[in-house]
Design a protein around this ligand. Structure first.
Ligand SMILES: [Zn+2]
Length: 275
């Protein structure tokens, strides 16, 4: 059974689609894992438990009185590469797939919350952004229902912008930290696709966009690859970093691994926004 709720969030009204199956008794795996993690937090971190693997450091435990939950500081946007939200819900609720995300936004604009923002979803895999090497631990993952070869619907993008506004405000996430899966995993991932409207998002305050390059003179000594590293890209493999940059900022769906003078102008106006 599905329901649509309206949550008043201070910044406006956000439509949230919810499927009771996601969190309730039908999802026994979720309940069991959440209970085990709650036990892990309640108990002294001197015992290795089933779902936590790095808490056993010392036998000397006291426990402070002052703490809360860690907050995400990065948002990674994906497309599902599937044909329907139902298909994605099934994928994210099957243990064998080992993939998930915090939110799925369907073509009709319904936002499906899949996992508490404080928990670590498995959406980014191996990847790097700036100095962050465990992207899943730092981020919120948002999947857009899209097969990768089609435009994103206006309703879907409008819902995404509302959700990003809520996340940005709630967790104080900086502009530069709204990026795509392909940005953190160059050469391995190509989502969201070249149809994704990054410029529109940047205009709304989610990610940066380059400035008008008319009349820009790029010094010959300008190191474009170093500039991409400052933006956040892992540039160990320069060809992959360049193709990820071109997907995001030039909508090049077919990988291009070289830089033209026009590309260098774009990078020259872009990277200074990250300094
Ligand atoms: Zn992805």
């Amino acid at each position: 059974m599905k329901c649509n709720l309206l949550l008043v969030l201070g910044i406006g009204i956000l439509g949230i689609g919810c499927s009771k199956k996601v969190y309730t008794s039908e999802n026994t795996v979720y309940k069991d894992k959440a209970a085990a993690l709650a036990d892990t937090i309640k108990n002294p971190p001197t015992i290795r438990t089933k779902y936590a693997d790095s808490l056993v450091m010392t036998d000397h435990w006291l426990g402070t009185s002052n703490f809360n939950l860690r907050k995400p500081n990065l948002v990674i946007i994906h497309h599902t590469a599937q044909n329907s939200c139902e298909q994605t819900f099934n994928t994210f609720r099957s243990e064998s797939t080992q993939v998930s995300a915090h939110y799925v936004i369907c073509r009709d604009g319904i936002i499906q919350h899949m996992l508490n923002d404080y928990l670590r979803a498995w959406h980014a895999g191996i990847g790097t952004w700036d100095n962050i090497t465990d992207v899943n631990s730092a981020s919120i993952g948002i999947e857009l229902d899209n097969n990768g070869n089609e435009p994103f619907s206006d309703k879907q993008i409008n819902s995404l912008i509302q959700l990003l506004g809520y996340l940005k405000k709630t967790y104080n996430i900086p502009n530069a930290n709204f990026i795509g899966h392909a940005d953190v995993a160059p050469g391995r991932k190509v989502d969201p696709s070249a149809y994704f409207p990054w410029q529109k998002l940047a205009y709304e305050g989610f990610g940066y966009w380059y400035s008008d390059t008319t009349g820009v003179n790029v010094p010959e000594s300008f190191n474009a690859l170093e500039a991409l590293r400052i933006v956040g890209y892992d540039v160990k493999d320069s060809a992959k970093a360049i193709s990820a940059f071109k997907l995001h900022f030039e909508h090049k769906g077919i990988p291009e691994t070289f830089l033209t003078p026009a590309d260098r102008k774009i990078i020259f106006t872009l990277y200074r926004k990250y300094l």
